[in-house]
Write a protein that binds this ligand. Structure first.
Ligand SMILES: Cc1cc2nc3c(=O)[nH]c(=O)nc-3n(C[C@H](O)[C@H](O)[C@H](O)COP(=O)(O)O)c2cc1C
Length: 393
């Protein structure tokens, strides 16, 4: 197979890999559309490789570089992020290109030593103030810690106004090269933001501020299509990092015998009737990416779960802990539950949500199936929640 490198600008090529068949990421996130590991070759008088690829694809990366230039002649390898899906091929690339130096942040240097045993003498530590003159192509660096590891940075190619932000602005899909070629890309990008960047939204806001002075014509992230309409994703990221929410409830529930589900349906229907957007996720078969995507702009959470062994059903326990860890901008919550004897799910849900700052509007626990009175209580709770979501008391 002839290796294909895609020319983005004169002297700038995509040399990444499409992993069409990958179906799971981080042992947590389903990948229904696969993903890509984007790496970029920038050629002035000197040559730099921006990021590498997931282990197992080193040969494909070197072949693509080889379609443009001899991989043994790289001068620099830029490590924007140390995670193995971008940095995993570094040992093989450095071995293939003996004079290449690895360009990274100070924290990146520690990680490259630890994860990839890169000798310090091959590293070149950079900060915001630094530039790398390739001769006709100039790389600048933007320190962007915790997007999404401590060592992360962006690389900016001044002449072509291309930003290489690694995972920031990324999306998990192997489809397409550019943003306008993938119809559901904003949805994919929102899921990715929810899964990976949302816990670090404050760091994201700071990074966006740093970018305001940089003219950007192309955003070339490390996963998913490139944004040749950068304002599309910049606009979305401004909203998402600021925690802007919609009049929307994320309903996450699990039910073994239908009693909790009955309450969930009543609440979801009532919310819909009140003009609230409702995104329902059955936690027994949820795609974590779908849930995380909905949490990015949801204003309220409805958590529904029966008691199992004195606490939340395990699927709901897992989801509640994940929701707390992802730090979504949710403002309000309601808990719905059914139990068989002593209960415990509602108490555990309250304990998990208490430190989040999400205001618990109400919790309804019923013994077995809800009575008519309890169903009316569920309706009232939903109306109260709708009012709060709409900003009415
Ligand atoms: C495996 C299992 C464990 C349970 N553990 C408890 C428990 O510790 N305390 C309790 O009050 N009910 C317990 N129950 C009863 C359920 O909470 C009860 O049947 C509830 O109505 C189920 O709600 P659902 O119809 O939404 O699944 C348990 C049920 C099952 C199947």
């Amino acid at each position: 197979m002839k290796p294909i490198a895609i020319e983005l600008r004169k002297g700038v090529h995509w040399v990444g890999v499409k992993d069409w068949g990958r179906r799971m990421f981080d042992g947590l996130i389903p990948l229904p559309h696969g993903t890509s590991y984007n790496a970029y070759l920038v050629q002035g008088e000197k040559t730099a490789l921006v990021d590498t690829v997931n282990p197992g694809f080193e040969g494909e990366l070197l072949a693509k570089i080889g379609a443009i230039t001899d991989p043994a002649t790289l001068d620099y390898v830029i490590m924007n992020h140390a995670e193995p899906d971008h940095a995993g091929a570094i040992p093989i690339v450095l071995a293939a290109s003996p004079q290449a130096r690895l360009v990274l942040t100070a924290k990146g240097a520690d990680m490259a030593a630890r994860y990839y045993q890169v000798p310090r003498e091959r590293m070149q530590v950079v900060t915001d103030a630094d530039m790398l003159d390739l001769g006709g192509k100039t790389l600048r660096f933007v320190d962007a810690p915790f997007l999404h590891w401590p060592e992360t940075m962006f690389t900016y190619l001044a002449e072509d106004k291309i930003l290489f932000p690694c995972d920031f602005f990324g999306s998990h899909t192997a489809a397409g090269v550019y943003d306008d070629e993938v119809a559901d890309l904003p949805v994919r990008a929102q899921m990715y933001f929810g899964e990976i960047m949302m816990p670090f939204h404050k760091a994201g806001e700071r990074a966006l501020k740093k970018l305001t002075d940089l003219p950007i014509e192309l955003i070339a992230p490390s996963h998913g299509p490139l944004w040749r309409h950068p304002e599309r994703i910049l606009d979305l990221y401004r909203k998402w990092t600021a925690g802007e929410t919609l009049p929307k409830a994320v309903v996450a529930y699990v039910s073994m015998w239908g009693s909790t589900e009955r309450l969930v349906r009543i609440v979801a229907e009532t919310l819909l009737g009140e003009g609230i957007r409702v995104a329902v996720h059955d936690l027994a078969q949820v795609d974590v990416g779908d849930l995380a995507g909905d949490l990015v702009d949801g204003r309220a959470l409805v958590l529904g779960a029966p008691t199992v062994l004195g606490g939340l059903h395990p699927a709901a326990l897992n989801a509640a802990n994940l929701i707390r860890a992802l730090k979504p901008p949710l403002k309000y919550a309601a808990v719905l539950s059914s139990h068989g004897w002593a209960g415990g799910a509602v108490r555990q849900a309250q304990e998990i949500l208490a430190p989040t700052g999400i205001e618990l509007i109400g919790a309804l626990g019923v013994h077995g199936r809800a009575t008519e009175e309890e169903e009316n209580a569920a309706r009232s709770l939903a109306e109260e929640l709708a009012n709060r979501i709409k900003g009415e008391r």
